[in-house]
Write a protein that binds this ligand. Structure first.
Ligand code: DX5
Ligand code: ZN
Length: 221
């Protein structure tokens, strides 16, 4: 019903296996991996060899979020890691259907990510090809930024579009998510919550994962 995806961007990047263990102990559903290329976003993180190494150290399904220009050029390298889900930015690609189909063909669930300023209506024709949509609630590039509440209205509009089309596409939120806004986030229609600093910068990351899930579930009660 609610999936929690800790974002390793906020963890100790010199100990990704440790970050995965914390996520596992907290009962996380996915491990969110932010790939940044220094072009689409003004920051650089990790690439296929690092994620392949991480995958060997965890049984958690990987949720790969590509914040890169021309994602089609890199797709095969990331699909080889066998993530559970992979999304790229709508703003970074032109041939969305082709790329989403390439992801699906490898048995990986495909999704599109949208920046805060991109209206959800741009997805109307491509939604059937998306298993999920990731809405950024901060401008991508860095962890620890302030949540932009206007994403809640975007989620409600997107949920209406999904219902009207009779689809099962799910909504993922990324950026500034924590126990204080999880309830309204869940109420707006999000079912996958990415959280970086509210988990890994917490004194007890394991407890922070259950607290976040609990707060989201209370929003649905
Ligand atoms: C931001 C990344 C996020 C980031 C979220 O560009 O896409 O996944 O890790 O971090 P917090 O939860 O700290 O906002
Ligand atoms: Zn992300």
């Amino acid at each position: 019903m609610i999936e929690i995806a800790p974002s390793i961007l906020a963890a100790d990047l010199a100990d990704l296996a440790g970050a995965a263990r914390l996520a596992e102990s907290g009962g996380a559903d996915l491990l969110h991996c932010d790939v940044m290329d220094g072009h689409f976003v003004p920051n650089l993180t990790f690439g296929p060899p690092v994620l392949a190494a991480l995958a060997r150290h965890t049984h958690l399904p990987l949720d790969v979020h590509l914040m890169v220009e021309e994602p089609g050029r890199l797709l095969a390298d990331y699909l080889r890691i066998r993530p559970a889900r992979l999304c790229f930015h709508q703003e970074a690609a032109v041939h969305h259907d082709r790329l989403l189909a390439a992801v699906r063909a490898e048995g990986v669930r495909p999704g599109l990510a949208l920046n805060p300023s991109t209206p959800v209506e741009v997805l109307v024709d491509v939604l059937p090809a998306c298993d999920f949509v990731l809405l950024m609630s901060v401008n991508p590039g860095f962890g620890g930024q302030t949540f932009l509440p206007r994403v809640l209205d975007k989620a409600r509009r997107l949920a209406t579009m999904i219902r009207a089309a009779g689809l099962a596409t799910t909504l993922e939120i990324d950026g500034g998510v924590g126990p204080d806004n999880a309830a309204e986030i869940a109420r707006a229609g999000f079912r996958t919550l990415v959280a970086g600093s509210s988990i890994y910068a917490a004194p007890d990351p394991v407890a922070a994962i259950s607290a976040l899930r609990q707060a989201a579930l209370e929003g649905l009660a």
